[in-house]
Design a binder for this molecule. Structure first.
Ligand code: C2E
Ligand code: MG
Ligand code: MG
Length: 902
């Protein structure tokens, strides 16, 4: 019940009691008053009226006595009657007021006495209801008065006695009323007190209970609870307090949980920072894995922290590190990345495949890890989380955290672990980058020290190796050989078959060299077609010779290059340590010199360094220096060799052949300086001079009366690929005034084959000017007749080497024959070079060769002698110097001068 109502009820009860008491008290008081009233109204008034009646009677007696003596005047009688009426009235009042039997008897007696008395003197009138009626009549007062008085005295006494009793009765009634009032007041007070106590108790108990609850709450005790049965406000207050306690408990529990989780997070943060430190400290991946696992398990409450990395071509992960109380068991588990295997369907496998964190906060209830449930039970694992590890955006492994607690992986923990694993991934990526950089550095180092084409050490590396070899050989008193190898005619292959074939050739040569030597020997490529070898621990020179022979034969073995069978030879120069030099520069320079001389000696040979070699090399160097000044010093001259038509014996043209009048060495043949000029680029200005000079000479002859002849000029590869070639051909023709049709340019197969489209374009441009084109030294290159068809060639010159052994050598016969017939078939003019004998001439004539050129008819001769051949006075072009070069004149009958058929 509500306190309001309780209070109301208690108040009502108290008020009711008070009211009852008051009522009772008032009633008691009124009874007392009533008694008093009644006493005064009744007995006391009766007494008074009885006394008054008595007094009136005495007064009446006196009056009667006097009237009797005086004769009862009328007034006295009236007065007497009035007194009697008063007495009667008093007695009536007494009768009304005093209800007492004795009094009634006394009253009746008094009345009767009075009646008697009145009868005696007075007329007594009886009232209808009885009683006294004053009747004025004469009576005998004497006789009757005493009885009346005595009756009235009695009456007075009776009434007084009655009044006295009545008073006692009234007083006792008042006293009883007062006692009752007091008892009621005390009772009411006691009830009020009891109610107040009950109310106070009823109020104070819940208040104390509330106080206790509040004190408990204040003291932090949120668990003890009290039972509340009350339903009033205090009950509700208590319930509210308890509810508050409950919510405070929930809050406290939450706070506790939060604190616990904060603590856990703090530990995790510590672990995170420890792992960061581990990551910073780690120098290797293994160190990283170990340190990270240790740091993560030390800071946290995980039973194990494990890192498993993917293995190449393997479904199972490699457990690279594990830490924590159950690490030993974890180390031995099998984890897979393939869900085909039960071990691949767990947290790690899932994280690996999905590339996302895989969390299980109730591990044993999670079907994913069923393969590991038995182990989890024995290890006490209750929750787990696996995170993928990345390395350069590739998943390379997984990090697995196991906890003995359920729901250990709250979102905050997961977030921290994700950051932790992100850091590990970052470190792995850094390791990758570092590896990549190391590889790149190694590659750079490798590229810096190795030849990218053959994979052999390059010049720099070779110098280092040579340096070490020199030091070691000096220390142990050993000898070693340094071999410089240069391929012969590599340029021809490169030019004719292209760079691709050239590269393939160099690779093959590198392999052959490497394959021919001991692994302790050094093989390096210095660039181009230059290879260099170090043959260590040489006891005998003979051993070096044997190796050189072996190398020459190995290198000369045929090989297939771009579908062509090729034969390559090499020239080798050898310098011995310490005899030919004890330092890098001297040794390499001397081996190089020896190699050049081996080349000059005819190639496909080796040569040891010697003082003679040195001298020759110095000469070569001097030659190069002199060559640079040859044009400006007018040391060049042209010799001309006629070409004779076999059918007619007529000279149809001449070939201009360069000679160098060296001031010290005398007249030098082209092969003594043209390769050098080709090598250093001087051939371009020299060739330009030749072209202009030849055209000028031809026009000089013509001015002397010689019929126009074809002037053949040789082009070198460098010239052929010179951008300005067409320009200076045009210049030469314009300068000399020679018609283009009289000019024939000789190119070789290798030149045109090197870049066929370009060659076709260039040759077309040359031909379009009316200039004729011849393929020189045909048969020595790598072209085919079918390819020749593409070029606007009108003449082929069979190389001297196929003519030399004609007609004896059957192979040469076959080749010469084939070239002639193919040339003819293509509508070309076929010229044979180097015809020295009549037999050769006969063979060629018999096989329908068109023209011949050779010593049989004339050696190349200076222009003056050529004039003889033309049958002119010996005049030369103004720029030409007198010819000291010996020329055998051919029999005049074999030569006939004729005009060139253009
Ligand atoms: P080539 O163009 O094939 O010239 C023919 C060479 O054969 C000439 O040698 C000539 O003297 C020689 N010869 C001609 N008939 C006979 C013979 O019956 N027997 C022998 N044993 N040799 C004969 P030479 O003058 O020494 O020229 C050699 C090569 O030098 C030329 O071969 C040509 O390729 C090159 N050459 C000559 N002059 C020039 C030039 O002005 N410019 C360029 N680029 N090369 C030139
Ligand atoms: Mg020629
Ligand atoms: Mg030739």
């Amino acid at each position: 019940m509500s306190i309001r109502y309780k209070f109301f009820w208690a108040f009502s009860v108290v008020v009711a009691l008070a009211c009852g008491l008051a009522f009772y008290g008032i009633r008691g008081i009124s009874t007392t008053g009533d008694l008093v009233v009644r006493l005064y109204d009744g007995p006391l008034m009766g007494i008074n009226h009885a006394r008054s009646a008595h007094a009136s009677l005495n007064e009446a007696r006196l009056i009667l006595q006097r009237s009797l003596s005086e004769g009862a005047p009328k007034e006295t009688l009236a007065k007497y009657e009035k007194i009697l009426a008063d007495i009667a009235e008093d007695l009536t009042i007494v009768r009304e007021r005093v209800k007492n039997e004795n009094v009634t008897v006394a009253l009746q007696r008094a009345e009767s006495q009075l009646l008697d008395w009145a009868d005696a003197g007075l007329k007594i009138l009886k009232p209808p209801s009885g009683g006294l009626t004053m009747v004025p009549a004469p009576f005998s007062i004497q006789q009757k008065s005493d009885d009346a008085v005595s009756a009235l005295d009695d009456l007075v006494e009776m009434v007084a006695a009655y009044g006295f009793d009545y008073r006692i009765q009234a007083e006792s009634t008042v006293a009883a009323a007062r006692t009752t009032m007091l008892a009621l007041a005390i009772g009411t007070a006691l009830i009020g007190l009891a109610l107040a106590v009950a109310f106070a108790v009823s109020m104070s108990r819940p208040i104390f209970a509330a106080m206790r609850v509040a004190e408990r709450v204040a003291a932090g005790n949120l668990t003890d609870r009290i039972e509340v049965r009350r339903h009033d406000e205090l009950g509700r207050l208590l319930k509210s307090l308890l509810a508050m306690q409950g919510s405070l408990k929930v809050r406290a529990d939450q706070d506790h949980a939060l604190m616990v989780s904060k603590e856990q997070l703090a530990r995790m943060l510590a672990a995170l920072s420890a792992t960061n430190e581990a990551i910073m400290k780690s120098k290797t991946r293994i160190q990283l894995f170990e340190l990270v696992c240790q740091a993560a398990s030390k800071g946290s409450e995980f039973t194990s922290t494990t890192i498993a990395m993917v293995k190449p071509d393997n479904d199972f992960l490699d457990i690279v590190a594990s830490a924590g109380p159950t690490a030993e068991t974890t180390r031995n588990i099998k984890l897979s990345i393939n869900e085909v295997h039960p071990e691949g369907r767990g947290l790690s496998g899932t994280a690996f495949r999905t590339r996302q964190a895989c969390i299980s906060n109730d591990y044993l209830a999670d079907r994913r890890g069923s393969a590991f449930h038995a182990l989890a039970r024995s290890d006490g694992a209750r929750s787990g989380a696996a995170f993928p590890l990345f390395s350069s955006d590739q998943v390379t492994g997984a990090m697995l955290f196991i906890s003995a607690e359920l729901d250990a992986f709250t979102p905050e923990v997961v977030e921290l672990l994700r950051r932790l694993t992100d850091n590990v991934s970052f470190a792995l990526t850094n390791f990758d980058r570092a590896d990549e950089k190391t590889r790149a550095d190694e590659r750079i180092e490798y590229l810096a020290t190795h030849d990218s084409l053959t994979g052999l050490p390059n010049r720099e590396m070779f110098n280092q190796l040579l340096h070490f070899t020199i030091e070691a050989s000096q220390r142990f008193g050993r000898r070693f050989a340094l071999l410089f190898i240069d391929l012969d005619r590599f340029k021809v292959i490169n030019d004719s078959l292209g760079h691709e074939a050239g590269d393939a050739l160099l690779i093959e040569i590198g392999n052959r060299l490497r394959g021919s030597l001991r692994s302790s020997d050094v093989v390096a490529r210095l660039g181009g077609d230059e290879f260099v070898l170090i043959l260590g621990d040489i006891l005998e020179i003979k051993d070096v010779e044997n190796v050189a022979h072996k190398l020459l034969s190995t290198l000369s073995r045929s090989m297939q290059l771009c579908g062509h069978e090729c034969h390559v030879t090499a020239s080798i120069g050898i310098a011995m340590f310490p005899a030919d030099g004890s330092d890098i520069q001297t040794l390499t320079k001397n081996a190089d010199m020896a190699m050049y001389l081996a080349k000059e000696d005819g190639k496909n040979a080796f040569r040891f360094f010697s003082e003679k070699v040195k001298t020759q090399s110095i000469e070569r160097l001097m030659l190069e220096t002199a060559l640079r000044h040859a044009i400006e010093r007018n040391q060049f001259t042209l010799h001309y060799q006629p070409k004779v038509v076999l059918a007619t014996g007529l000279i149809t043209g001449v070939e201009a052949l360069l000679r160098w009048a060296h001031p010290d060495l005398g007249m030098l043949a082209p092969m003594q300086f043209i390769p050098l000029a080709e090598e250093n680029g001087l051939i371009v200005p020299i060739g330009r001079w030749v072209l202009t000079e030849a055209c000028t000479q031809n026009m000089a002859w013509q001015r002397q009366g010689v019929p126009p002849v074809s002037m053949a000029v040789n082009l070198s590869p460098r010239q052929f690929f010179d951008e300005d070639l067409l320009q200076y051909i045009d210049d030469a023709l314009a300068e000399s005034g020679m018609p283009a049709t009289q000019l024939q340019l000789e190119v070789t197969e290798s030149m045109v084959m090197r870049d066929v489209p370009r060659a076709v374009k260039l040759l077309d441009a040359i031909q379009s000017r009316g200039i004729r084109l011849a393929i020189d030294d045909f048969g020595t290159g790598y072209s085919s007749m079918s390819l020749m068809k593409q070029f606007p060639i009108d003449t082929i010159k069979i190389d001297r080497s196929f003519v030399r052994d004609l007609p004896i050598d059957s192979e040469d016969q076959a080749i010469a024959q084939a070239i002639i017939s193919m040339g003819k078939a293509l509508g070309m003019t076929v010229i044979a070079e180097g015809v020295e004998t009549a037999e050769q001439e006969t063979f060629l004539r018999d096989h329908a060769c068109d023209e011949v050129q050779g010593f049989l008819f004339s050696k190349p001769v200076p222009p003056g002698q050529m004039a003889d051949l033309f049958g002119l006075a010996p005049t030369v072009s103004p720029s030409l110097q007198p010819e000291p070069f010996a020329t055998d004149k051919m029999p005049a009958e074999r030569l006939m001068l004729t005009a060139t058929a253009t």
